[in-house]
Design a binder for this molecule. Structure first.
Ligand SMILES: [Zn+2]
Length: 445
């Protein structure tokens, strides 16, 4: 009898650990720590905890974020956490030379004024501290909404992952200056694409040099998620930065995106939240691989084969932006980790940009490996995409803003359009890709 009770108690230990009430909400990054875990034992113990965020897992260690009490709890379970707060003074020292969010805003104003022929600065909303969330639109007629593939880059959603923000600033300057010099490849890209760049989604976090926003919330755990209970694509009750991105996405027709982080070097592809295979996974892998193949530290990575990784195989992320974008908007998004250090010495920023430059341009060009529809005379409800050769249904997608555009593997397809009255028509579509000829392909209906 005594023995039985003992075992019953043992069985309760994991349950107790998972439900220990620290605890406020699952997207809180109030405290953070590095945990050494060469055997993987602690990862197994902590993974799936409803209040804790795991990030940047390697074979030797991982990061944990959570509400107040996280460090104490990690100590209690014997995880020997190395608190990031202890590093705060260190990070203050190494953050020397980096612009403040206000200086970034000034730089964006200066760049977009200098290259106003192709750039327009747009605020898509404000943080709770009143900082604007800036986006630069780049196209040959930036004031006009043209029928061209729409692509976006979002950086710095984690405030202390700063390399992406600096890289985007350098990317804008590079694109502007090459366009003004009539560089053929860059002009072709800019003239036929609507490019949107958000250097900093979390300026409040960047100002405080921390992961979360001003309310300590982890924005990359704050989006709707098809595989959790928070599966309604509704911005109600979310953080200001998340709401701004959600409203913006809803007004546009993005087809391809990347969001930039720091902490390792890898292209992370969907899904993050589920072990199911994402639609068009081979295409996603090839796009990820094409990026990684062009960047040192990625293609020769010793941690990730070929510099790419499936998000869920790496570690599960619930409420992430990447999956939200692909699942709810058919906007294929990857997450690119740019640097091992989150605040590298500022003098290396130009080098980071040079290392990624070719890959950044080529990823944008890939938006042209697709086909669109423009509905001018009738309201369309949905488009079903079928591979003409295999007859396999790739997916059925709602039509928004009277447009549809889908990036696909090269080949032949059938687009079956369902009108608002329920009737249908079918169109034969061919998808090809030639980076030197990027004229947008749309069918007008
Ligand atoms: Zn991050």
């Amino acid at each position: 009898m005594k023995k039985l009770r003992y075992f019953a108690l043992l069985a309760l230990i994991p349950l107790f650990i998972k439900s220990t009430p620290l605890w406020a909400s699952p997207d809180m990054a109030r405290e953070g720590a590095l945990v050494k875990d060469p055997t993987g034992r602690l990862y197994k113990l902590i993974k799936g905890h409803p209040d804790l965020i795991i990030d940047h897992r390697t074979s030797a260690q991982f990061e944990v974020y959570g509400p107040l009490g996280t460090i104490q709890w990690l100590n209690q379970i014997g995880a020997h956490p190395h608190s990031f707060a202890e590093d705060f003074n260190h990070s203050q020292k190494i953050a020397v030379g980096y612009p403040s969010p206000e200086e970034i805003e000034d730089q964006l104003k200066e760049i977009t004024q200098k290259y106003s022929k192709i750039m327009k600065l747009i605020s898509i909303g404000q943080t709770s501290s009143g900082r604007d969330i800036w986006v630069v639109k780049i196209s040959d007629n930036p004031e006009e909404d043209e029928l061209e593939p729409e692509v976006k880059y979002i950086a710095n959603m984690h405030g202390h992952e700063i390399v992406g923000r600096e890289m985007m600033i350098r990317f804008l300057r590079d694109m502007g200056s090459l366009y003004m010099k009539s560089d053929k490849a860059i002009s072709t890209l800019v003239n036929h694409t609507e490019i949107f760049i958000m250097p900093s989604m979390n300026p409040d976090g960047a100002a405080r040099k921390r992961r979360g926003n001003s309310g300590w919330k982890d924005l990359n755990r704050n989006f709707p998620d098809f595989s959790t209970r928070d599966n309604q694509n509704d911005s109600h009750g979310r953080e200001e930065e998340t709401v701004a991105v959600m409203n913006w996405q809803d007004q546009r027709n993005f087809t391809l995106s990347a969001n930039f982080h720091g902490g390792t070097k890898v292209v992370n592809y969907p899904w993050d939240t589920s072990s199911k295979v994402a639609p068009l996974t081979q295409l996603i892998i090839s796009l990820s691989k094409e990026y990684a193949d062009q960047v040192p530290g990625f293609y020769d990575s010793t941690e990730f084969e070929g510099g790419i990784v499936n998000g869920n195989e790496w570690y599960e992320v619930d409420g992430g932006m990447q999956d939200w974008s692909y699942y709810y908007y058919n906007d294929l998004q990857v997450t690119i980790e740019l640097s091992h250090s989150k605040w590298p010495n500022y003098k290396y920023m130009d080098q980071f940009f040079q290392d990624n430059k070719k890959a950044l341009y080529q990823f944008l060009r890939r938006s042209h490996q697709g086909h669109g529809l423009s509905f001018q005379s009738r309201d369309a409800k949905s488009v079903e995409v079928i591979n003409s050769q295999t007859k396999k249904i790739i997916g059925k997608y709602p039509v928004r803003n009277q447009q549809f555009y889908k990036v696909l593997p090269q080949g032949k397809y059938q687009f079956i359009i369902e009108w608002s009255d329920g009737s249908k028509i079918s169109k034969d579509i061919e998808v090809s890709f030639d980076p030197s000829k990027l004229s947008p392909k749309y069918l007008f209906l």
